[in-house]
Every structure is written in structure tokens, then in C-alpha cells.
Ligand binder design. Structure first.
Ligand SMILES: Nc1ncnc2c1ncn2[C@@H]1O[C@H](COP(=O)(O)OP(=O)(O)O)[C@@H](O)[C@H]1O
Ligand SMILES: [Mg+2]
Length: 340
């Protein structure tokens, strides 16, 4: 090894800074069933990175795990397994008090319902989020008025949130989310409850903010509009990262723009449209690399019949993530997909 190589490696060890604002690593989440309700594996090993200043949307049908993922990214909930690095710090391991500070200072949340305190005025809703961070009143007042103005709701500053229209509430919610100048805005179906015209205006505002302030935006949606405004989209399906999409996607035609992703655990999820074309779910396949750039899958029908049963009656062990019993020679949990 040359001296230069050794120096580069040494520098990397000493300064392990990643260029990403955020990295989600192999996130699993299980909602444990109570009484007769079965446990739900909502996320099955999701990994992705967000760079500073990006506007990214998470798309996928209802129940695919979007809200669960956003809550984990924003430190509102801890995952069952996996890690979320925010500027290099793993927020999933951060003690509760520090995590509260992280949420207040680094992340702004906007939810479908507007997450405002309904009996406080528009002004107080924005102002109060800064008070929690101990900023002096004059500073808070100035910023609150600026933000309400930017959102086009300054004239409604004294109205209690309960009396605001859905669109006005969302504008105040965005002002509130931005008040502490967070590095990341997390928005869960932010235009879910507003009419079309308002939703277009809100998205333009998001886009302007993203461009002008450089705040990173991560938004979950099944609205074509929201997704269309993002720089790129992450597609979830049944708790798995199914693919990535570039700018200007059409949710009705995701099959046209999807790029599949080999995740950090070397797993590749094949989309349903490809599986349907292959005409076979499950079974055994021979896999080969062609021309060093293409993967060739060949069905092995004769072997399928001889394939050993993967469930053994006696030799099983419990999955550390979802507690399902698995054959001891398996590498992945047959229920939630965790590695063990
Ligand atoms: N609090 C909860 N308790 C039990 N199951 C839940 C809870 N929240 C969500 N789920 C389940 O987890 C899965 C993912 O849900 P969610 O993250 O809300 O998806 P999305 O936001 O994409 O609609 C769904 O099957 C949903 O029913
Ligand atoms: Mg949701």
C-alpha cells in the first residue's frame, strides 16, 4: 500500500463525516399486537440517504409504512431495529431529553391535520414553538410576523386556529414548522386536507422555501402534485423500499420511472410488474452476471420440485426482531425479513 493510500485511510478514520444530512440504515418497525390483534411489521429494512437542500417525497399506497418511517426519521418514535444518522449522530440511540432538543431545533413537522393548538391564535402557535427554545420575545415576535407574512396569513394572525380554514391552518403549520430554522422539514400528507388550488399554492411555497432557505424537505404523499414537485421520490411498498424515482413523476405510472435499488445489505426487491411478467412468484432461480453489467435470472423449474421444505419442525430459532420461529439454517427471517 502506498503512503498516500495509508494517509487517505487515516484521514477517513479521523474525520468520518458523511456528506449526507441524514442516513436511514436498515430500519425495521413492528407494532406489537395487543390482546387478539396480530403484530404488524410496518418496515422491513429500509435504507436511504438525504442530502442537504434536497426535496424528497416518499410515495406508496396507504399502509406501505410512510408515516411510520417519517415518525422514526423525525425522532418521534424509535424503530424496532436499525439506525438514523442525522449529521453523523444516531438519533435512535439518543437519550430522551436530548432527543426532545433535537426535534425542537433540527426538525419541523407538518402533518395532514395541521398539528396546531386549536385554541391558540395563529400568532401564538408560531410564537410558542420558539418560546420552547428560550428565544427572547422581541426576536420571536419579529420572526412570527415575518413567517405569517411569507405564508400569506399575516392578516389572520389574531384568529384562533379553530376558526381558520384548512388551507390557512396548513400555512400557519408550515410557518410554525419553520420557526426554529430547522435543517429538515418533515411533512406527512401536507396537502391531504386542502382543496386543489390551495394545495398548489402550498407546494409552491414549499418549493420556494426549499430553494431560498436550503432547508431539506421530506414529505410523504399519495398526491401526484406533491410527488411531482420533489427532486426525487422514494417508493415504499409493504414496508420495503421498492425503488427510486427522479423528478416529475406520475404516481399512476410508477412502473415507467422506477429504478430498483440494491440496498446496503445487498438486497434487491423486484417490483410486482416485473414479477408478473416473469409469471412466477417464489420458486428457484439461477442468477448470473452478463457482460459485467446485467443480471440474468433463469427459472429452475425442475429444481423447484426438489427444493427442501424451509420449515423444519424441530430445528428453529426465534427472530430477534419479530419473534417468529425460523429454520436454523436460514439467514433471513421468513416473516419480517430481518437478517440473523
Ligand atoms: N399505531 C399502530 N398500531 C398498529 N399498527 C399500525 C399503527 N400505525 C400504523 N400501523 C400499521 O402499520 C402499517 C404501516 O402504516 P403507516 O406507516 O401508517 O402507512 P402509510 O402512512 O403509508 O399509510 C399499516 O399496516 C398500518 O395498519
Ligand atoms: Mg400515512
Amino acid at each position: 500500500m502506498s503512503i498516500k493510500d495509508e494517509m487517505t485511510i487515516q484521514e477517513e478514520i479521523e474525520t468520518p463525516r458523511s456528506p449526507h444530512l441524514l442516513s436511514a440504515k436498515n430500519i425495521y418497525h413492528i407494532y406489537r399486537g395487543k390482546a387478539e390483534r396480530a403484530s404488524v411489521v410496518a418496515l422491513k429494512g429500509v435504507s436511504f440517504d438525504l442530502d442537504p437542500g434536497e426535496f424528497v417525497s416518499i410515495v406508496g399506497p396507504s399502509g406501505s409504512g410512510k408515516s411510520t418511517l417519517l415518525q422514526i426519521i423525525g425522532g418521534l418514535m424509535r424503530p424496532t431495529a436499525g439506525a438514523v444518522f442525522f449529521e453523523g449522530q444516531d438519533v435512535t440511540k439518543t437519550p430522551e431529553e436530548e432527543l426532545t432538543m433535537f426535534r425542537r431545533r433540527q426538525v419541523g413537522f407538518v402533518f395532514q391535520e395541521g398539528n396546531l393548538l386549536l385554541d391558540l391564535s395563529a400568532f401564538d402557535n408560531v410564537n410558542q414553538s420558539m418560546a420552547l427554545n428560550g428565544l427572547p420575545y422581541q426576536h420571536r415576535k419579529k420572526r412570527t410576523l415575518e413567517l405569517l407574512d411569507l405564508m400569506g396569513v399575516l392578516h389572520r394572525k389574531n384568529q384562533i386556529a379553530n376558526r381558520l380554514s384548512g388551507g390557512e391552518r396548513q400555512r400557519v403549520a408550515i410557518a410554525r414548522a419553520m420557526a426554529n430554522n430547522p435543517k429538515l422539514i418533515i411533512a406527512d400528507e401536507p396537502t391531504g386536507n386542502v382543496d386543489f388550488t390551495t394545495s398548489v399554492r402550498l407546494l409552491e411555497l414549499f418549493k420556494e422555501l426549499n430553494r431560498e432557505t436550503g432547508m431539506t424537505m421530506l414529505s410523504a404523499t399519495h398526491s401526484n402534485h406533491v410527488a411531482g414537485y420533489a427532486d426525487r421520490s422514494i417508493e415504499l411498498r409493504d414496508g420495503l423500499l421498492l425503488g427510486l424515482h427522479g423528478k416529475g413523476i406520475d404516481l399512476a405510472q410508477l412502473d415507467m420511472s422506477r429504478m430498483v435499488v440494491m440496498d446496503s445489505d445487498n438486497r434487491l426487491t423486484l417490483p410486482a410488474n416485473i414479477m408478473a411478467q416473469l409469471g412466477s412468484f417464489g420458486g428457484l432461480w439461477a442468477i448470473d452476471v452478463v457482460d459485467q453489467s446485467k443480471i440474468l435470472l433463469t427459472p429452475l423449474e425442475s429444481l423447484t420440485e426438489q427444493a427442501p421444505s424451509i420449515i423444519s419442525d424441530t430445528e428453529t430459532k426465534e427472530c430477534p426482531v419479530c419473534s417468529t420461529f425460523n429454520p436454523i439454517d436460514g439467514q433471513f427471517c421468513i416473516s419480517c425479513g430481518a437478517r440473523f
